[in-house]
Unconditional design. Structure first.
Length: 277
């Protein structure tokens, strides 16, 4: 009984924001999608509160998963590369779990019936703008919810702008003043660069030049490097992790979980509560 009570208290009063490009049951069961479900479930089991955010891709069946628009959260425009892009927020509850998932939606960026690659496996040319829109859309929605996260756990390269924007564009936002940013890094799943002018699009949001050098070449390696530079904690969520990036993490002196460690029971809960400063 005492063990059970301790288990339920360890994350009590902790708010954890989960942000991912893939979450089950809405998308197929990749390692990232499964983690993006299992981790918040474990947090809830330990007494924490979670909110999950992901894009509303066109391939997600809204009727089956009972998505519905949240009118009070929709209606904002996000500025992306000097363009006004309307934001729609939808929400659904995961059956049998006490978890709500918020979906960032826009027809131009997410209506297509695909994730981040086209039918030939090529990366979409506007993924950089989709990333900026997703980043701003999540942050602005959390602000409207007036929900202050203690921990922000990011999953995958599509979320790699969040640490940068939270430390620069949103640095004066009190809701995130004490938030710790943890990033899970997964295997490389695209070749080449996202865009030749991604740096300029991010610079439009008044991000200082010193922070932009890393994404002059916006490939997997440099997006991961950007994540390492601006996160407070790191998770190596792939067995096939490049040695040079592992060396970069080691030199950063930031707390991290190795791939072998994440398989241990309650590894993430322990990391949140004992490893983050």
């Amino acid at each position: 009984m005492q063990t059970s009570l301790w288990k339920n208290r360890i994350m009590k009063d902790k708010n954890v924001l989960i942000i991912s490009s893939e979450v089950v049951p809405y998308l197929p069961q990749t390692e990232q999608a499964i983690n993006s479900f299992e981790i918040p479930k474990n947090i809830n089991d330990h007494g924490g509160q979670t909110r999950i955010f992901m894009p509303r891709y066109g391939m997600i069946n809204e009727r089956r998963h009972q998505l519905h628009e949240v009118i009070r959260l929709s209606g904002m425009n996000m500025i992306v590369n000097d363009l006004d892009v309307p934001l729609v927020i939808k929400v659904a509850s995961i059956p049998k779990e006490r978890m709500q998932v918020y979906f960032i939606d826009n027809d131009e960026y997410f209506k297509r019936r695909a994730l981040l690659h086209d039918a030939d496996g090529k990366i979409f040319s506007d993924n950089d703008e989709r990333m900026i829109f997703f980043t701003k859309g999540v942050v602005e929605t959390v602000k409207k919810l007036n929900w202050s996260p203690d921990i922000i756990h990011l999953h995958g390269w599509f979320t790699s702008l969040f640490p940068l924007y939270l430390k620069t564009f949103y640095k004066d936002e009190p809701l995130f003043a004490d938030s710790q940013v943890v990033s899970s890094i997964y295997a490389q799943d695209f070749e080449g660069v996202l865009s030749s002018d991604m740096k300029d699009k991010v610079a439009f949001d008044q991000v200082e030049e010193d922070h932009l050098k890393t994404i002059e070449t916006a490939d997997y390696h440099h997006l991961t490097k950007l994540t390492v530079e601006h996160s407070d904690g790191l998770i190596i969520a792939t067995e096939d992790f490049p040695a040079d990036l592992k060396s970069l993490i080691d030199k950063s002196n930031k707390p991290y979980l190795a791939y072998e460690q994440i398989k241990e029971p309650n590894a993430y809960i322990d990391f949140y509560t004992n490893k983050l400063s």
